[in-house]
Design a protein around this ligand. Sequence first.
Ligand code: NAD
Length: 370
Amino acid sequence: MASSNKFSRRSFIRTGSLGIGALALGPALSSFVLATGKAKKKLGIALVGLGSYSGGQLAPALQHTKDCYLAGIVTGTPAKAVDWAKKYNIPQKNIYNYQNFHEIANNPDIDIVYVVLPVSMHKEYTIKAAQAGKHVICEKPMALNAKDCEDMIAACKKANRLLSIGYRLHFEPHNVEIMRLGQQHILGNIKHIDTGNGFTYNGDPNAWRLKKALAGGGGLMDMGIYSIQGTRYTLGQEPVAVKATQQKLRPDFFKEVDETVFWELEFPGGLKTTGKSSYNNDWSYLKVEAEQGNFELGPAFGYGGIEGSVNGNPMKYPQIIQQAAQMDDFAKCVTLNKPSRVPGEEGLKDMKVVDAIYKSLDSGKWERIS
Ligand code: NAD
């Protein structure tokens, strides 16, 4: 996926007069004085799983955050522990592996655990982290299915810890503008949405992403989740039914997981929208047709380079480090003890749609989303 960190969050805050409440990030927490009279420290984040997203996006983003910092790591690869400790100045006492992970409970440097593992491991490590007394960010897709998402939400509630999903686009100005345009009916009621997300997968044929037991599914779980999210946050409504079809042009490569999936969602009142996901097509767009015109994003969902227009006029918002904004927002939520705007429930809603899409692929019929 495209990545551009050309614009810092600082430049975003300076440039961005978006008039959107959701984006009012406010001053950094480090400048807050708490009721106790003590200045609040930056919260410590431990990344669990040091793969390409942790290494390529999250750790670099944590060099730009104001309210949290990279305090610890959890890895099964000792050589990575050595490299990361050196590169990011992480003390030995904040480095864990999967066997001693539970000991993180005794480490006051770690406030938040960020689960960046293959999907099949999200549930286990989210629950373990909450039980260890840590607040949790879990990457998307939240889990293998909606039932697992419910278990994760319940475990975090029971442990009285906050849970958030790594939905970085809720902090990205063009996508936030799309939410405002759609949810506030700025161009009248929405008549149609079409969206797609995907990339042409030519990577390691043995990767976890191609194994059903580890990934849950293919392009739908990994990329389609953004199209489903995009449709939901443009409308601000939950779909009630779905009909899906699929295409496999490379069945030898995508043996266990879906390659390209097409779906139609039905919303309350009868509106129907279309969406698609793929591991064999480069898509990233969201097109909305409303009563008084059109608005769209394309590229819509990457780490940077996002562009949008309203009735043909380009949106003029900066690119930001989405992950820095996302993690700083969660740090504020933890400090102020208020739910994230992307809580576990948001991940659950998407997984209910995903579950129904797989059901529809099996049945060939419209399926209810419940
Ligand atoms: P990756 O394969 O690069 O990294 C996965 C990490 O998990 C590796 O460090 C690997 O060593 C570790 N791991 C531990 N146990 C493993 C096992 N049994 N099998 C395989 N790996 C194991 O994957 P990634 O691209 O970093 O993705 C990790 C998570 O982050 C996924 O949930 C993915 O969907 C999510 N992600 C999110 C975004 C985003 O934009 N929000 C982008 C990329 C990835």
